[in-house]
Design a protein around this ligand. Structure first.
Ligand code: HEM
Length: 493
């Protein structure tokens, strides 16, 4: 039996050995891509030394890692992948990333899923319509706001910067979006409160809440109930809502009449040729208006505070920027007391522009952009599953010698004559994002920042006490302003 079947048995054993060997050889040549390593960074590490921990983890474990934060599994990637992740729309979705991160996946069930598309199209179109003409309208608001702040400041005592900046930005935003008729203190307060409510709703302050960090599953429903049912209705107020609603109706009734407010712009975009707007469309317009108010006000006000802190640490830069505005005005035959500040003034202020770009580059973002793969994708030898949240570690790009020399050094003049303005995005400058979804409001935002700097330096000298400030949320440097004591002294002459 053994004799007759012996060769067959030996043949089978040989065959099995060869196939096993083949399998091992094959697997070692083409490793099956796995999920990136999970690095268990603690809450303390992420709050106090996030950059060091993340940079070390990327160095130790490879160019893609997973971490856990506030109930989210996040995929962090090294800078070699950043441009692709931000711009390759065939693999990475801005809309899914934003919706998932902010807990807004349900918005895709509204209005045939056009939320992000509409927001982008109309923000882009409206800003393009406004940029040429808006500066002379908002400049007096900035100047009046700064004068009030300077007059109320007391020697040796810090000013309450955040609220004043929010109020100035709210008034400017109201003026741009709705026109002068909406600009009263009650509406300004409503808009400031509303922007704060939406920021809280979107989790921008979640890391600062004990419950938000320890029990995000509980924090979220509680916050949504509190804000949607109580705070937003209370803050937006009956009068403001009714005026908006009435204006939407009035404007739609006279389709031929020129109205260059945001309401007019959206009504024109959505109304049928005879001016009809369904109830659903009116409500959609309200949703977009509230989103624009938040996107415009909250971000820009936060960056105004960053810019003020950087000015407060650099008296020499203040002198240079003050001199720049004076020389622009002199060259146009204007006095500094009552100047006409317009889009050309903004354009000529290249030193101020460079300063803003450098603050935006240096303020310390670690991660400020998110995308989600639309299918499983391999990056750096690892698989990132469809729908995950990918955060390119943008800090590594901002500070890469590939894009700037001496990248760790703040140099407010480095962009003068470089052809790169504060609103111009690039692989090493990601403050406004990159690619198709880069911020559509960035030109307007930079103009507002310039108005703020001009007004601030025209009327005051700024100092950041002890050149010390605290970052409240290192993961959200773009949206949560730093804290420190800003002293203001009236400028003489
Ligand atoms: C300094 C102030 C601002 C900063 C730092 C900022 C930053 C950003 C960033 C980083 C993004 C995401 C881009 C991406 O993922 O690639 C974004 C998107 C967006 N921003 Fe801004 N932004 C600012 C001001 C504004 C203003 C003034 C408006 C409105 C007029 C605005 C409207 C939007 C909108 C609608 C989006 C969604 C993306 C899109 O529609 O394409 N932002 N912004």
């Amino acid at each position: 039996m053994l004799v007759t079947h012996g060769p067959i048995i030996i043949g089978c054993i040989l065959l099995a050995a060869v196939s096993l060997f083949w399998k091992i050889l094959h697997n070692s040549k083409v490793p099956k891509a796995a999920l990136p390593p999970f690095v268990p960074l603690t809450e303390y590490e992420l709050q106090h030394t996030p950059l060091e921990c993340i940079a070390r983890a990327l160095k130790q474990h490879g160019p893609v890692i997973q971490i856990q934060r506030n109930g989210h599994r996040l995929f962090l990637t090294s800078n070699e992948f950043t441009p692709r992740i931000l711009t390759d729309e065939s693999y990475f979705s801005f809309e899914s990333g934003m919706a998932k991160f902010f807990g807004l996946t349900w918005v895709n069930d509204l209005h045939d899923g056009t939320f992000f598309h509409d927001m982008d199209t109309y923000a882009r179109g409206f800003v393009a319509q406004q940029v040429q003409k808006v500066v002379p309208e908002i400049w007096p608001i900035f100047e009046k706001g700064v004068c009030g702040m300077v007059e109320n400041s007391q020697p040796g005592r810090p000013v309450e910067l955040q609220h004043q900046v929010q109020a100035i930005m709210a008034e400017a935003t109201i003026c741009i979006f709705f026109g002068q008729k909406y600009g009263n203190p009650k509406n300004v307060k409503s808009v400031v409160d509303l922007a704060e409510d939406i920021a809280e709703l979107l989790g921008i302050y979640q890391n600062m809440s004990f419950l938000g960090r320890k029990a995000p599953w509980l924090w979220k429903p509680l916050t949504w109930v509190k804000i949607i049912l109580f705070r937003i209705p209370l803050h937006i107020g009956f009068t403001f809502t009714r005026t908006l609603w009435t204006d939407i109706s009035e404007i739609s009734k006279s389709p031929g009449k020129k109205d260059d407010s945001l309401i007019g712009y959206l009504v024109q975009a959505y109304a049928s040729p005879d001016g009809q707007l369904s109830l659903r469309t009116r409500m959609w317009i309200m949703v977009l208006i509230l989103t624009f108010l938040f996107a415009s006000l909250h971000q820009t006000a936060t960056i105004m505070i960053w810019v003020t802190f950087y000015l407060g640490m650099r008296p020499d830069c203040q002198d240079d920027l003050r001199e720049e505005v004076s020389s622009i005005l002199r060259s146009r035959g204007m006095s500094c007391t009552n100047p006409v500040v317009d889009v050309q003034t903004m354009h000529d202020a290249v030193r101020t522009d460079s300063f803003i770009r450098e603050v935006l580059r240096m303020k310390g973002d670690i991660v400020n952009l998110v995308r989600a793969p639309i299918r499983d994708i391999e990056i750096g030898g690892y698989i990132i599953p469809k729908g995950s949240l990918i955060f390119p570690v943008t800090h590594l790009s901002y500070r890469s010698p590939e894009f700037v020399t001496d990248p760790e050094n703040f140099n407010g003049e480095r962009w003068i004559g470089s052809g790169k303005t504060a609103a111009m995005t690039g692989s090493g400058y990601l403050a406004f994002g990159l690619g198709r979804w880069a911020c559509p409001g960035r030109i307007l935002a930079v103009m507002e920042l310039k108005c703020w700097i001009f007004a601030l330096l025209k009327h005051s000298k700024v100092e950041l006490d002890g050149c010390k400030y605290e970052i409240l949320d290192p993961f959200n440097i773009t949206s949560v302003p730093p804290q420190g004591d800003i002293m203001i002294e009236m400028c003489k002459g």
